[in-house]
Structure formats: C-alpha cells, structure tokens
Design a protein around this ligand. Sequence first.
Ligand SMILES: [Zn+2]
Length: 479
Amino acid sequence: MRATLAVLLAVTGVAEAQRIAVPTAPPASPERRRIDDIIYLERCRGGCTITSGDTDSRTMTSLVPQGPRSQSFLGEFTNAMGTSGPAADAEWSALVSCVREVYSPYAVTVTDVKPSPSESYHLALVAGSPQDIGYPPRTLGVAPLANDCSPLSNAISFTLASAHAGDAFERMRELCWTVTQESAHAFGLDHAFEFVDGSSACNDPMTYRKDCGGQKFFRNLAARCGTDQLAPCQCGQTQNAHARLVGVFGEGEPITPLPTIEWNPPPAAGAELPPELVAIAASARGVAAVELVVNGTVWASVPGTAFGDAGQPPAQYTVMVPAELPDGIVDVALRAREDLGRFTDTPIVTLQKGEPCTSAATCATGQQCEAGRCFWAAPTGTLGDACEFAQSCESNVCIAATCTQACDPAGPNGAAGLPGCPPGFTCAAAGTLTNHCVIEPAGCCSATNSQPPWFFVGAFALFGILRRRCVSRCSSSRS
Ligand SMILES: [Zn+2]
C-alpha cells in the first residue's frame, strides 16, 4: 500500500509542475553528470529477486512489481526455444549488441558486466514473465517515467523476456525494441506516435506502432506523442528522442555502419550534366535524404524512402538538377545522409553545365568563378553577423541581412531538439520563419537561467512512477 500511495502522491503532486517545467531551461551540466552513464543488462542467471520498495538498481529494489508480495522472482533469460544457460548465449550477445548500437550515439556505456556496487547505473532486467511481477500476460515491459520527464538515476526497467515470441532474430529485435524503450522511459522519454511531417514513428523505439519493422533507433526528428493514437506529450509539445538523450548523456560515437551510395549509372566524366542524377543508397539506420552536391554545396534533396517490414530497404533515388544552378564546370556527387547528419558521398564526377564561367557575373549571388566553376567560399558568418546571402552563414540562414539559426524556445535539446540561443538573442519569429534566434531589443535582457521548477520537486520526481504510462507494451493490443 505504501508504494501505491507514493505513486498517487507523485501523480497528483507533480502533474501540474510538469507542463511548466519542460519549456524552461534544461538541466545544467552538473545535473546531467549526476545521471548514470551505464546501462547494465541483466539476464538473471539462476533467477533474480526484486524487493518491492523505493527504486534502487544497486539493491534490486523497485516500485514496479504489483501485488501483495514483498519480493518477486524473475526466471533467467531464455532463448527463442525457451532454453536458458549457455544455449541462450548467442541470442543474448546479439541483444546486447543491438542495444549497444541503438545507444551508441550517446555517452553511455551498455554492458552486461555487472558494475561495482559503488557505481550508479541503470539496471535493464531482461528476464522473467509478466506474471512474475504481477502484470497481465501480454505485458512486454515496464519502466518508470518521471512525471516531469527528468531522467532517473539508479532506475530499473523490466523487459519481460518470456513474453517475447518469434524466431531467434525477430525475437532479438523485439527484445531490443523493448529494452531500449523501457530504459529510455527511465531517462524521460514518452511514447512517440508520429513525426511532425505526419510519417509514422514506427522506426523509433518509443513507438507502439507496427507499420514498419527492422532495428529501431532514437530519431533526430520532432515527434508527436501517443501510444495507440495521438496524445499530448507528457513534457513539451513534441519529443525529439535523439536530442533528449543527447541532453541526458552527451554525445557518443555511433557504431552503426555509415550509409552506402553508388551511382546508378555513373555519369560519364566530362559529359553534359543531365537533368537528373540517380543513385542507389542504403543505411542500417536509414537514409534520411539523398542530396545533390555541386561544387561543395547541397543544391537539391529528396527524402529517404519509407520504412517497410524489414526496415528501410535499399532504394534508387533520383534527384532533379534545379534550374537555378548556374552554368559552368560542375563537380557533382550524390550524398546519402542519416537523421544524425552522418553521410556518405558517391565518387565526385566532373561534368559540364553549358559553358564554363568566366566571371562571377554569371554565377549565383555571392559565388566566385574560378577554373570555370561557380562556387561559394566556405561560410564564415556566425550568429548575428551581417550577411548578403545564406551561403555566407555557417547556419545557411540569412534573414534581414543577419546570419541566424533555428532554435528551440525550450533551450538546448528541448522538445524540438534544437539548441536555444546564446545571450543577447531570443528564440522568436524571424521574417517568415518561426523559432530563429533574433537579436534582443536593447534593454530587454530577461533572466533566462532561473532554476527549472522541477528542480524543487526533485524528491517527488524520483518517486514519479506514473503507472498509467508505465509502459506495458502489449504485443497484440491493437488491431
Ligand atoms: Zn513504453
């Protein structure tokens, strides 16, 4: 009963605070360092005993188990054949590799070697069945999610391995989905339903949707929230899962292979630039866009193809050459870019578009002409610098003759996943664009670093398990 009461207190006590908290400043870096930088995957050799009580991974104590028992016993991780022990090693290793890959863009260590008791870590249990902790049979996982979406230290997420079905590979993917979703709840992420362009969030671990398959990654895209349908995000208007996790852990080095891209067919060197260029591209993480790069500048882009049952398939991409590309010698490549910004280019091919330029007069605004090529010098304009054309700004955005950049009113890594603005700038409408950094009018230096409200309710937040959202991902609850 005490546990239930604590939950209810947390729900009513913090519910009001959360809407206020998230649009304000994010945790300062000392707060960020306080969060565990280890995710420990536990397969429960011989079984695990969880004691009911205030959550602490180091003592295997959790508020998640339901029912009258003070202790719950979870059976050891088994493979797709239902066998535990060494027979399950290969599937376990594949799962650890998958989770490690999905979390690799963040400065957090994924390991199945138990940390020392003196360390702070997230415990991702991958064992047992729903009944072991008092949940309905189709529950795949359970985890705490702070009402204000602040990351929880020393939390425990449950991936109920025995509730996962399928052949070894498919089951590993399902388990990877559950482990990454449940652990990310503890780091403050809500369920994602669709991205703001209307496409399904089925390729992000925070989804419940099954309209695409394959390995899921935390996407660098603003998403609208919801489980089986759109619903308000628990914190903020939208959620950029990748940016949130960067905010929690800092950046890591992705270990997913880079995209691949090949001309199809390769243009003949020295030929006239055709009206369109074609390549075949693929990416384990997914191609977000294929871009046309001419003399070092991106001139056109087509979006990545839709994700299917096995993730995003390799696809042929056709990029049209824009009419405004000036005549001259063109060094051309197609670029396969991921949502994280990493990219791979085709080999550069040198072609001709009309006659080589002889002066900048026939080039685009701000371009130079050298050796028959129109091109822009590398941008040097930083935020607030005067500009005459976008390509002189590092952000590639020039509004009202000033270099500016997109921003998030919520500040660094807020809901939209964009940075805030430095002192002297506010995040506001700039010309026809919303949410860009504009210079503050003189005498309007508002204080922007007040403590976020949730800082004062931290004690509540730590107990903030919201069972309604406590994330039982059900395998067959949707039609
Ligand atoms: Zn969930």
